[in-house]
Design a binder for this molecule. Structure first.
Ligand SMILES: O=C(O)CCC(=O)C(=O)O
Ligand SMILES: [Fe+2]
Length: 416
């Protein structure tokens, strides 16, 4: 008789209760109720209202929250239990399905896209933080969910729990790409005075198994384990260092655990992102910042240890990093928006004409490198890539130009 013992267990993910800490005043992001988004010319006035609502956030904080996205909440809860079961697999199991090497600094980037972008596990300790500390995060990346190759078990080396739930995983990410992302892009079109459908068609539309002519996206299940207390002190309570995302729009399942912080656009201070129950936190990545000539902001954000009353709980998030087509040119000339032209958001002269593939490749390899991140302050060393800083920590300061940055900081140039 054959046994059907599974290598994994599925049980509901236990979310942290809301924190009762009174010293923390989380930022309530502008919230978009997507049930109000309706197609058709008769509903254009309502879509314009939604667009107006997000414009300020897109061009300042670079973060919004989305509620009533329309994806079934029970299905999303089930996906969280799949994520938990997957990320709890013992290290020996994870090692059979690695996304890259065991450490970022051991990665041969000439042959590997690394655990930031490869499909599979990033084990704990892959990234270097400060003062010799390594990260305490396990993640598992999915690629190509929008294509039929995602279901090809010969082409992809999936753990059993993933194999058993490919349909559910693809359903969620396809919904985010084809529905939520499309609606957000259409609202951004209205903001930029472009015809609705323009941004989505140009940068994100999908042709099955035609990877270069398709908008892309990486799915990530991410589990933060509590850090060793001594290590945590050495990195000032930071679990994931401050960074900006490299792609289009990022979608993060909102969590009651108070951990995600953004560097406030107005003050430069770190602020907690408040919880949007059953909602998504949506943030802008570098590609959208560059395509809009800097009008939309790819803000610096990080993850820190939660307040004491949530400290026994884990942070588990399902993330979707949508990405424009690899061939997309990353500057505002590519979209010729009447609004941006009028406001003067034109391509700065120092920006080289590059496509998304070039930016994404160079940026992701810097993420966990010791030489960039093991500094005395939280800010990583600044690197100049194609005429742009790889991360822009000072966007809150007026007139923080590249020239100014060169005067104040030592800026590294990597060999491209
Ligand atoms: O845990 C989170 O909410 C954010 C993670 C994040 O910023 C990232 O993986 O890029
Ligand atoms: Fe991020």
């Amino acid at each position: 008789m054959s046994t059907s013992l599974k290598t994994y267990t599925l049980r509901p993910f236990q979310e942290a209760p809301l924190s009762s800490s009174i010293s923390i005043k989380p930022l309530q992001l502008e919230s978009i109720d997507l049930s109000l988004y309706k197609e058709g010319p008769e509903n254009l006035p309502q879509r314009k209202q939604l667009a107006l609502k997000i414009e300020k956030s897109l061009s300042t904080y670079g973060f919004i929250s989305v509620v009533n996205h329309g994806f079934d909440i029970a299905k999303l809860e089930f996906l969280k239990s799949i994520a938990q079961g997957l990320l709890e697999l013992p290290f020996e199991e994870q090692k059979k399905y690695l996304a890259g090497a065991l450490k970022s600094d051991l990665e041969d980037r000439s042959t590997s896209v690394g655990a930031e972008r490869g499909a599979g596990f990033k084990p704990k300790g892959y990234w270097s933080m400060r003062n010799g500390v390594e990260d305490s995060i396990i993640h598992y990346n999915f690629n190509n969910m929008n294509h039929s190759i995602f279901f090809d078990e010969e082409h992809n080396n999936y753990p059993e729990i993933v194999k058993d739930h490919l349909k559910e995983i693809a359903e969620y990410y396809r919904f985010l790409h084809g529905d939520t992302l499309k609606k957000i892009c259409n609202l951004a079109d209205i903001v930029l005075e472009l015809p609705e459908g323009f941004l989505y068609d140009k940068f994100y539309s999908v042709k099955d198994n035609d990877f270069d002519s398709s908008g892309g996206g990486a799915g990530r299940f991410m589990l933060y384990e509590a850090m060793d207390i001594e290590d945590q002190k050495k990195v000032d309570n930071t679990w994931l260092r401050g960074h900006s995302d490299s792609g289009g729009f990022t979608f993060i399942t909102s969590q009651p655990i108070l951990s995600l912080q953004i560097r406030d656009y107005y003050t430069g201070e770190w602020n907690y992102v408040g919880h949007a129950p059953n909602g998504l936190i949506v943030n802008i990545g570098d590609a959208m910042e560059f395509i809009t000539g800097g009008y939309f902001k790819s803000s610096i954000h990080r993850v820190v240890a939660p307040p004491d009353d949530q400290s026994g709980y884990k942070r588990l998030v399902l993330i979707y990093f949508s990405k424009p087509k690899n061939t997309s040119i990353l500057d505002p000339e590519a979209i010729n928006s009447p609004k941006l032209n009028r406001l003067g958001y034109i391509k700065p002269k120092e920006w080289e004409k590059i496509n998304f593939n070039a930016w994404n490749n160079q940026k992701s390899r810097l993420f966990g490198k010791k030489a960039i991140n093991d500094t005395t302050s939280e800010e990583p060393r600044l690197v100049l890539l194609y005429g742009r800083l790889h991360e822009r920590w000072h966007q809150a300061e007026t007139n923080f130009s590249l020239e100014e940055a060169t005067k104040r900081f030592e800026i590294l140039k990597v060999d491209l």
